[in-house]
Design a protein around this ligand. Structure first.
Ligand code: AMP
Length: 184
């Protein structure tokens, strides 16, 4: 059954824009699926390292797709895209060419050791909630019973997040026209 799925992406090493761009392009090639939205790119402070922007800061964003691909198959595809973009499997917590997470899979709740959906930390991360709020501010978190706008208003995360300026030109026709959230 076709479901709306939000996938978070992040990169903090090498040509970060290019890694994000390639990841979205690979997702757009997924069979039985369609990319329906891509957020703007945000530059976010690493959680434990207060370096200058650009110096190991993350680039983060969110892709919205409509897909028939089942959650576990989608997770395997994401791992495969990470591998193809050179993610270091032996040091998953180190610098990452690309990190892909299933944030929401429709209103499904999955709680298994290797797959938790909605992503268990998304409500604590402003760098996830901000791009999500661009794409669908009224999307409901199925277990917290809060919209993205409500979660964003309640989040405690005070790490620095900047809209990447200038935004790279994009080849995704599906990118919605959206304005950055207030305050950026
Ligand atoms: P990370 O190092 O943050 O990329 O975590 C990857 C691991 O998290 C994978 O081996 C997945 O099995 C697991 N995982 C659990 N829930 C999710 C999710 N919603 N999206 C992506 N990976 C997940």
């Amino acid at each position: 059954m076709r479901e709306t799925v939000f996938i978070g992406f992040g990169s903090n090493v090498g040509d970060r824009v290019d890694f994000c761009d390639r990841a979205v392009t690979l997702l757009s090639l997924l069979p039985h699926s369609q990319v329906v939205g891509v957020s703007l790119l945000y530059e976010t402070e690493p959680l434990h390292d207060h370096a200058q922007p650009g110096n190991n800061w993350f680039l983060n964003g969110v892709v919205q797709i409509e897909t028939d691909v089942a959650p576990r198959s989608l997770l395997m595809v994401l791992r495969e895209i990470e591998r193809s973009l050179g993610r270091d499997e032996d040091n998953r917590s180190g610098p990452r060419t690309i990190d892909l997470d299933i944030l929401f899979y429709g209103q499904l709740v999955i709680d298994e050791p290797d797959l938790a959906v909605p992503h268990p930390r998304l409500h604590q991360r402003r760098f996830v909630l901000m791009p999500l709020s661009e794409l669908d501010p009224l999307w409901m978190h199925p277990s917290r019973h809060r919209t993205i706008t409500q979660l964003l208003a309640e989040v405690q995360d005070r790490s620095e997040i900047r809209l990447l300026l200038p935004q790279p030109s994009t080849r995704y026709g599906s990118r919605p026209t959206c304005s950055p959230p207030p305050g950026l």
